[in-house]
Design a protein around this ligand. Sequence first.
Ligand SMILES: [Zn+2]
Length: 283
Amino acid sequence: MRELTRELLTEFYSRKFNFEPLFKVISPRKFANREFGFVMEENGEDRFIRNISFSTPRELRNYMAENGVKAAYIGAIYELPPTPGTSITKLKWIGRELVFDIDLTDYDDIRTCGTGKDHVCHKCWPLVVDAAMIIEEVLREDFGLEKIVWVFSGRRGYHAWVIDEVAKYFEEETRDAIASYLSPDNPDELIPISYQRKIIRLLLKKDLTLLIRQDKKVIKKIWSELLKRLPRIDKKVTMDTVRLLRMPGTVHPATGKIAVIVEDPQSFYPDDAPTIWEVLGVS
Ligand SMILES: [Zn+2]
């Protein structure tokens, strides 16, 4: 990977950073009460800071440019603007979009082409694509949620932002229940029939009746293979209502790729995301 210097990051955030992806996942209302977090270099070391807020988007951009931030994250909305002196632990939590994090490393036990945080290829990426397809349909049909925005995580997965107004105020228990429905801890246990049908239809791409004609042993084997491909959601990310998540439109420090909005998760591949070097026109 080419070098990701502070100068390049400053140039990117001052000249090329676009707010459009950010405002596809958050509403500009209560912007000043939103928590942000950053990784930036200080005396040669990476420092993570949070409990930061900005009165306006312009102020946020100036901050990222001036500090040449290596990574930028968004958190929840609070009753008052979070500051280093008034941490979120002292503030009343107001709301946060419902989010899901899918990452290829959670499929390492079934990836045969490679494993680990640096491996993504056309053979294993479909695991993330299939997970996105299932999550999207279950959220819409079984939970009645409608506004789902997909964001490339910048490396080897997707973030789903559910921005329906009602979802912003879900308690941890509700978020946990939805994540556990989508991604059961023990998939051998009873899965609701409507979800079973979706799994078969979406993953097997066949009608349920085709499966019925097979003998029991074959069905059992097919089913256990399908269960391995259920969405593997990082539940901590979904449940934790104060957790920070990568800000869409910003640079992933490990790849230099931009965390872009993905209009169609079925046809996107990580190399489709531009890198900071491409955006700045430097080789
Ligand atoms: Zn692979």
